[in-house]
Design a protein around this ligand. Sequence first.
Ligand code: GLU
Length: 510
Amino acid sequence: MNISNRTVRVRFAPSPTGALHIGGIRTALYNYLLAKKQGGIFILRIEDTDQGRYVAGAEQYILDSLKWCGIEPTEGPTYGGSFGPYRQSERKEMYGKYAQELVEKGLAYVAYDTVEDLEKMRQEYSSESNPSPMYNHITRKGMKNSLTMTAEENEMERQKGTPFVVRMKIDPGMEIAFDDAIRENVVFRSEELDDKILVKADGMPTYHFANVVDDHLMEISHVIRGEEWLSSTAHHVLLYKYFGWEETMPIFAHLPLILKPEGSGKLSKRDGAKFGFPVFPLEWDPKDGTESFVGFRESGFDPRAVVNFLALLGWSPGDDRELMDLEEMVDAFSLEKVGKSGARFDFEKAKWFNQQYIKKTSGEELAGIIRSNIPSVYSDEYVASACNSMKERVFTYNELYTDAKFFYSDDFEIDEAMVDKKWSPKSEGHLSLLIEYLKENNFAESKEAEENTKAFLQERGIGMGEIFPILRLALTGTLKGPDLFQTITILGKTKVIERLEKLMKRMTAR
Ligand code: GLU
């Protein structure tokens, strides 16, 4: 079968070893975008053959994260599909016959070496130019394996039940070349490669082996993954050759790294804590004393903004568009437009994206999102109006209430130093005039209230700059914040007068 007319089937294949880093989400996203663009299938495969690194809850975290981002698989654990099971631990029995096949073809062999044997070999062959020698075509000759042992010796070890692994036999003199959709022509020499373990002593396949066998069995057309897997691809390509599966070998696409904010080095999960921003989609709290992390969700991000931001971290639609919904991204997506060089993780940019999505959201919707953080005495309409007044100036959903305490409590902090600075001997007179005016007038509608109040002040010769800062400080505690008259309207007459009188009392009592 020719690859170009194959159905596009791509997989996201995380190992459940902890929380899924934002880089993993980007890998999943690019897989998703290609699948949707090509009318293909996006598959989730859980690569859990390394039982020693298995972390409970990690698979659920992966499922929840993809769901939150709106990039759900078509096939996968809990989704089903006709190529399952989709957890490698449940496929254990399937790999044996493939290992057997390679052993029979002389392309893999059995090795009985103990940890001590391996250590001894490393010491023996270690030199300045080769400090950590590999198990390869040279060193294997001195080791305990089916290539160096007679058939009888081999049989004896098997009968004794000596633990063994299956290794891939890689001979020198071969060139392993493939066309990567992003890195273009990639070439390795077989002398550079070690005789990788394919099946471990516990009978479990290694990542490399299970990965290739499953990609073949699941009819994967494109392997889209992080750059850190590029060097492993040499072994993978060779395995396709060993099995005679070259015809259906997937197209490889190795994504550029996501770099630290300063632009050098790979973004790590610790960078979140270091720089004070999330690097995980959702909160991760294993509750066992090991590290916990906040996520973009808990930090008040809209998943659409996170996805938009991540999509452009290494890919471009080919024009200068930045704000794109998933559908537009699908439409514009191609692997050719993924860059080769690393993409810098710029949290300010992530916030900018989030701000754009918040601005586009109605006050009612925003109120729904933050409702559980607001005391229930405040009506939905009130919260919606407060959100409307705040939405132009916040970067996260959380800021809709953390920066707006004055809407939801009388107990907000007042910038006293600023009050002192703005309060003049004339302030008392001005403020009492204004209080009197407000008591007598209704100001249900912001525009009208604004004009009337301004006209009133003007008639009395009171400059806006003299009174508005004080008014703002009394109502919201700072000089920042939403439009003053909008704030007055939302807070309502009683509250506004109460706050002005409170400030007046404090200032005149001094
Ligand atoms: N299990 C590997 C990981 O955790 C998958 C790499 C691949 O996509 O082949 O990233």
